[in-house]
Design a protein around this ligand. Structure first.
Ligand SMILES: [Zn+2]
Length: 341
């Protein structure tokens, strides 16, 4: 891969032969080709005049460790009022480069984060890393295009996000409305992590570890080795009920494995800006185990998926926000996975 700044070198991100590594921009126009349900000319024309980043106030960030900044997104569904600022995002500042980790769920949310970076450092944004494909974590990527960073993710994210681009954009536009959606597009990664890679930001190194299927099939854990801070994305939810879009068995296993490494500090995908590993992981493990236990019991005695949806994991109902919005879907996914055990 080409690298213009030796001190900010990505040491070993793997390339695929024959692929054009220039950043792939998938606009709504491209995503909608051939799809009759897309929004039409009005939506397309808005992309030509997105809000200028300078017009959007900087996001509030907390410096949770030396040079590690986190913006705490709201625990909410995306809405015009919150601009899909509903997940945590942050950035790590080195002497030579800044790495942004997740970008919020809209151009607006991404631009607010970009403004926060500019308030805290003059170092250039050389990397934008996504913890996984979900729209509330990636749809702000477009706000960083002008920085010409390398967009990095789990090697499976590009394909997964490509397949969902039209659906994610349509859902975001419908939920956000014209103004909050303005400028939003999908920017796919141009580099994929297959196992473990490192990024030298100058004076500190990030370790990027691709995970087996858990919350999704493209979860990436980014650890700042200087402070022991791990951005774990949606492998950890806090407050916001977990949302299963991968494998419940795999998720439980990944959390067990990460627990053996015990990061000093974690940044969850949703919830407080920073948590200890124990405080973050125990409720998620308890929830996943409760769902898996109850679903397995129902399957074992020949119960139905409808019964599972009504009863499995209900003991967890009072402990989580947005439980009604996500829990039934989680049980449905768990049932489909576990009935084939
Ligand atoms: Zn997610």
């Amino acid at each position: 891969m080409r690298e213009k700044t030796p001190k900010a070198t990505m040491l070993s991100v793997r390339t695929r032969q024959g692929f054009n590594w220039d950043t792939v921009i998938v606009t709504r126009r491209l995503a909608c080709l051939g799809l009759v349900a897309c929004g039409g000319g009005a939506a397309l024309s808005r992309l030509a005049t997105p809000l200028q980043a300078g017009e959007i106030p900087a996001a509030k960030v907390a410096e949770i460790a030396d040079g590690v900044f986190v913006h705490r997104g709201q625990i909410a569904l995306q809405s015009p009022a919150n601009h899909a600022d509903i997940s945590n995002a942050g950035f790590v500042v080195g002497t030579d480069a800044v790495a942004v980790i997740d970008t919020g769920g809209s151009y607006h949310a991404g631009a607010a984060l970009r403004a926060a970076v500019a308030k805290h450092t003059k170092a250039p944004i050389r990397y934008v890393i996504n913890t996984h494909m979900h729209p509330d974590h990636v749809l702000g990527n477009a706000a960083f295009k002008a920085d010409k960073p390398r967009f990095i993710a789990h090697h499976k994210m590009k394909r997964a996000l490509s397949a969902r681009t039209a659906r994610y954009l349509e859902a975001a536009e419908n939920a956000l409305g014209d103004e909050a959606f303005e400028g939003t597009e999908v920017v796919l990664p141009d580099a994929g992590v297959e196992d473990v890679d490192t990024l030298d930001l100058g004076g500190r190194t990030l370790r990027l570890a691709a995970q087996p299927t858990a919350h999704t099939d493209n979860d990436l854990v980014i650890t700042d080795q200087k402070t022991g801070t791990a951005f774990v994305g949606d492998l950890i939810f806090s407050g916001h009920v977990p949302a299963l879009d991968g494998s419940i068995v795999g998720w439980i296993e990944v959390l067990e494995k990460l627990g053996h490494q015990a990061p000093a500090l974690i940044v969850p995908g949703h919830g407080p800006a920073a948590l200890s590993w124990a405080a973050g992981s125990e409720p998620v493990q308890r929830y996943l185990r409760a769902v898996a236990h109850d679903v397995r019991a129902i399957i074992k005695r020949g119960g139905t998926i409808s019964e599972a949806i009504e009863t499995a994991g209900i003991s967890e109902a009072s402990g989580w926000e947005l439980f009604d919005e996500f829990h039934k879907r989680n049980v449905t996914a768990a049932f489909a996975e576990l009935e084939w055990e």
